[in-house]
Design a protein around this ligand. Structure first.
Ligand code: DQA
Length: 140
């Protein structure tokens, strides 16, 4: 099974960025835990701070993998272009957030990508990614 993890803007700074909200672990460190937890999954990982690059990656992996775990960061709240890209590909996409966006500022309560995704996981720290991966496996 092939699963793509895609992280959006500012998620390259995990471990450094607002650790009280996003935790102290870098994504690279967490990724080792994730791979060990799902030894039968072939993972790819991509991070970009640019909307177009995220769309290009969705197009690249989206016809050739079993699912995408996407943390679009702040683009979640306003990128119609990413929502359209999710609709354009064939792989199911799970929207994930490290923080519980529903318990934060009002502007984070809106997701323009949720309706294009098969489901949403939010608020479980870095384990939101593992729950997203498990959801793709269970839906297969
Ligand atoms: C986030 C939540 C977003 O509102 C924020 O802009 C992020 C990270 C999360 O993982 O909790 O960059 O997607």
């Amino acid at each position: 099974m092939k699963i793509a993890i895609i992280n959006g803007p500012n998620l390259n700074l995990l471990g450094v960025r607002e650790p009280g909200i996003y935790g102290k672990s870098s994504f690279d460190d967490y990724f080792e835990t994730l791979k060990a937890r799902f030894p039968n999954v072939e993972f790819s990982y991509f991070q970009s701070n640019s909307e177009g690059a995220i769309i290009d990656e969705l197009h690249r992996v989206g016809f050739d993998c079993d699912g995408v775990v996407l943390n679009a960061g702040a683009y979640t709240h306003y990128s119609i272009a990413i929502a359209d890209a999710i609709r354009a590909i064939t792989a199911p996409v799970v929207e994930v957030h490290i923080s519980n966006v529903g318990a934060r500022e009002d502007f984070r309560h809106v997701s323009v990508i949720s309706s294009a995704c098969v489901g949403v996981v939010a608020g479980f720290g870095m384990d939101s990614y593992a729950l997203g991966v498990q959801a793709i496996i269970d839906k297969k």
